[in-house]
Ligand binder design. Structure first.
Ligand SMILES: O=C(O)c1ccccc1NCC(=O)[C@H](O)[C@H](O)COP(=O)(O)O
Length: 211
C-alpha cells in the first residue's frame, strides 16, 4: 500500500514527514487552496529523498504553467484535480507520472474514465466538492466495486485516524495507495506528525501481514 501525504507547505513540517518515508508528497499549486505552496523555497523540495515522489497538485491550470512548475520544483508527478481531458494528461505523461483525480459522489459514472486508459498512470478517487479537493469528507467507498479498469487508484477524501482501519478492509484489486490530508492537520498545510505516524504504522503493518 503506497502512502501519499498531501498539502504540505511548511519547511519544518516537511522535514518531519520525510522522516516517516511516505511514497509521495503532494504540493498544492492552486492559489485558492489554504494549502497553496505560494513561495515555498525550491531548496526545501530539493532535500526530498529520491524515493519520495514529489507531486505537484493542479486544478485546471495551463500546460505552460504546469510545465514551468515541473521544471522549477523538479516534480516527479502531477495530480490533476480539474476538468483536464485525456489528451492534456497524455501530454504531461510524456514527462512525469500523472495521477488524474475525480470527485466521486453517489451518481459517479465510472464509464467516463475509459478514455483516460493509457493516458494517465493512476486514478485518484476523491470526494466530490466544489473546492476540487481538501474537503475532509469521505464518499461511500462501496461504489468502488463498480470500478473495473486495470489502472491502479489512490483512495482520497476525508481519510483520518478514525477511519484508517476501515480503509484497510477495502479489498479492491486495483487499490494502490491512500492519500492523507486535512484530517491529519493542526492547521491548513501543517500536518500532525503523531497522527500521521500512527496511521503509517497501521498501513505498513497491514502491508507486511499481506506478504
Ligand atoms: O487540499 C487542498 O486544499 C486541495 C485543493 C484543491 C485541489 C486539491 C486539493 N488537495 C488534493 C489532495 O490530494 C487531497 O489530499 C484530497 O483532496 C483529499 O483531501 P482531504 O479530504 O482533506 O483528505
Amino acid at each position: 500500500m503506497k502512502i501519499k501525504v498531501c498539502g504540505l507547505k511548511q519547511p519544518d513540517n516537511i522535514e518531519a514527514i520525510i522522516a516517516l518515508q511516505p511514497d509521495y508528497m503532494g504540493f498544492i499549486c492552486y492559489g485558492i487552496s489554504p494549502r497553496f505552496i505560494a513561495d515555498l523555497p525550491v531548496d526545501v523540495l530539493d532535500r526530498l529523498p529520491q524515493a519520495i515522489q514529489k507531486t505537484g497538485v493542479f486544478v485546471n491550470d495551463s500546460l505552460e504553467n504546469i510545465s514551468l512548475l515541473i521544471k522549477e520544483y523538479n516534480f516527479d508527478a502531477v495530480q490533476l484535480h480539474g476538468y483536464e481531458n485525456p489528451e492534456f494528461c497524455e501530454a504531461l505523461k510524456k514527462r512525469v507520472t500523472v495521477l488524474k483525480a475525480f470527485g466521486v459522489d453517489e451518481g459517479f459514472d465510472f464509464e467516463q474514465l475509459n478514455p483516460y486508459a493509457g493516458k494517465v498512470d493512476y486514478f485518484l478517487f476523491d470526494t466530490k466538492t466544489p473546492k476540487h479537493g481538501g474537503s475532509g469528507l469521505t464518499f461511500n467507498w462501496d461504489i468502488l466495486d463498480k470500478y473495473k479498469m486495470d489502472l491502479p487508484f489512490f483512495l482520497s477524501g476525508g481519510l483520518s485516524p478514525d477511519n484508517i482501519e476501515q480503509v484497510l478492509q477495502i479489498k479492491h484489486p486495483q487499490f494502490y495507495g491512500v492519500d492523507l490530508n486535512s484530517r491529519f492537520e493542526t492547521a491548513p498545510g501543517v500536518k500532525d506528525i503523531e497522527k500521521l505516524s500512527k496511521a503509517f504504522e497501521l498501513l505498513r503493518q497491514s502491508a507486511t501481514n499481506e506478504i
